[in-house]
Design a binder for this molecule. Sequence first.
Ligand SMILES: Nc1nc2c(ncn2[C@@H]2O[C@H](COP(=O)(O)OP(=O)(O)OP(=O)(O)O)[C@@H](O)[C@H]2O)c(=O)[nH]1
Length: 203
Amino acid sequence: MTSPWLGPAPLLLASTSATRRLLLESAALPVETESPGVDEREIEAAAGSLSPVELAGALARAKAEAVAARHPGRVVIGADQVLALDGTVFHKPTDLGAARDHLARLAGRTHALHSAVALVRDGSTDLFVETAQLTMRPLAKEGIAAYLACAGEARVRASVGGYQLEGPGIHLFETVEGDHSTVLGLPLLPLLARLRAAGLLRF
Ligand SMILES: Nc1nc2c(ncn2[C@@H]2O[C@H](COP(=O)(O)OP(=O)(O)OP(=O)(O)O)[C@@H](O)[C@H]2O)c(=O)[nH]1
């Protein structure tokens, strides 16, 4: 397969997320990954009263710029996803109990997933945020328990909402508005548009 990538070196993804890496590889882009090594909770605490969208942007920028500083000349992508329900920010559930509590609060309501991407090239950062709106079915505690037993702790802890839309999480929803890749945490369409505009894609 001839990749559309025209960059001199592979894209450098400042992320530990296998989902994000897979999204780029599915677009036939060569990817290297490096953990950003930033303390997200510390940045969040220092961020004070940022909105959920601004927080996602600040975290994506911090991750991308931390890795870009270690790799001058590379095209670096950082990303962050924030789940917001009525302005309240949710973080990845630490265990099944936390996931059960999250889902009980999200059930029957519409929450936002703000997926921010920071693209660093030649010392400058291009930051953008895409938002998906997901309406979860009303779920009784038995339904939540059955979902958690089906999804399993690994899947539940791997994503900010306790669900993977491309997995059993799809059963939880009435409607999803927004691009699939935005839900998964790396909005591909606006990212590819920027890479294309920079002359980094063959088509
Ligand atoms: N497979 C899958 N992953 C999802 C879904 N929704 C959110 N995620 C993942 O949930 C994670 C959101 O947490 P973040 O803090 O943004 O990222 P992270 O996983 O900690 O990884 P870093 O980029 O290293 O910070 C990302 O890895 C997203 O890819 C989904 O529906 N499916």
